[in-house]
Design a protein around this ligand. Structure first.
Ligand code: UDP
Ligand code: MG
Length: 319
């Protein structure tokens, strides 16, 4: 019986410093799992450093390694998608290039997958040690909110490091939305998932690519992609203010009837109310705009990424 194939998918953006360590670690893991065949797919997400050269050299000397290089930086989501589309394995695993997703966990993940008979083994960080305070407060709030307003469950501290079977991978690939948020998609497709947690490790070399504003944008994208609750909340607010205004009007009318000489005074309070209501209105229009903008992007049907260079080892070309 031929061995089963595991596809290792590695998104890389400016990872030339970390990659040599990663190759070494992955090789150790591969030799620890002789019962499987491996292929690795490195996706260069428009790196500005020498990542592409490193990947070219690596794939030239390692027959099981392939690379895909994007024409510019399309983001990690696109890089993961390209890798998953290229994967030929019976199993696929996504790993960061900076060793924050230790390849040494793979044998354990594979054991769990077979033992529990599930379709996916996912990882989460046991702690947020070494993370800036603001970032971890923000992350906690985000998971609190999204789990309240979305039907799909999001696990706090979940990483993209995940092993899955071919049928789960095919299901993930069958979703063809443009605004991708993989953590949600993996949950949305269902299947039984086992979670393992491990201590947060520092990246081996290089710098993180996620600024606070990039993370903030990413989480907003997630909310729009997996929940329509903000739209419902804004309609509810509209209704609430309508009720309040009816009560206010009734109050003024009744007061006038009871005491004809009373006049409602106070332009300051009036100004505050007008500002408040118009602020809420703008907020709601903004929320609506977010959904409209996403719909607009979806209807354009642009590709998720553009591949500038790759090599196809099956054709026998050795470029
Ligand atoms: N990455 C990518 N495209 C990007 C940003 C990041 O492919 O636009 C890759 C990066 O090379 C790494 C992984 O995604 O392999 C995680 O990125 P990083 O380590 O910077 O994020 P962090 O671990 O700090 O959340
Ligand atoms: Mg990292």
């Amino acid at each position: 019986m031929s061995k089963q194939l595991i596809s290792v998918i590695v998104p890389c953006y400016n990872e030339s410093e970390a990659l040599p360590y990663f190759f070494e670690e992955l090789n150790k893991t591969i030799s620890a799992m002789p019962e499987f065949d491996f292929e690795s797919i490195y996706v260069d997400d428009g790196s500005k450093d020498t990542t592409l050269e490193v990947l070219r050299a690596h794939s030239a000397q390692d027959n099981t390694a392939r690379y895909i290089s994007f024409s510019r930086n399309f983001g990690k989501e696109s890089a993961m998608l390209a890798g998953m589309r290229a994967a030929k394995g019976d199993f696929a695993v996504i790993m960061d290039a900076d060793l924050q997703d230790p390849p040494s966990l793979l044998p354990e993940m594979m054991r769990l997958l077979t033992e529990k008979g599930c379709d996916s083994v996912a990882t989460r960080r046991g702690n947020r040690k070494g993370e800036p305070l603001l970032r971890s407060i923000f992350a906690r709030c985000f998971y609190g909110i999204i789990n309240r307003i979305s039907k799909v469950k999001f696990v706090s501290g979940a990483r993209d490091y995940r092993l899955m079977t071919r049928r789960m991978l095919d299901s993930v690939l069958s979703l063809c939305e443009y605004n991708r948020f993989s953590k949600g998609i993996f949950e949305w497709v269902g299947y039984k998932t086992e979670w393992i947690s491990y201590a947060n490790v520092k990246r081996v070399a290089g710098k993180t690519k996620w600024s606070f504003s990039k993370l903030f944008g990413y989480s907003m994208e997630c909310i729009v992609a997996f929940s329509t609750a903000p739209l419902a909340i804004s309609s509810f607010m509209g209704f609430l203010f309508f009720i309040i205004s009816v009560i206010g009007a009734l109050y003024i009318i009744i007061r006038k009837i009871v005491d004809a000489s009373s006049a409602v005074s106070g332009w300051a309070s009036l100004t505050v109310i007008i500002l408040f209501i118009s602020g809420i209105q703008l907020l709601c229009v903004g929320i609506l705009g977010q959904y409209l903008a996403k719909t607009y992007l979806e209807t354009k049907r642009r590709p998720d990424y553009i591949i500038a260079e790759t090599e196809d080892k099956t054709e026998g070309s050795d470029k």
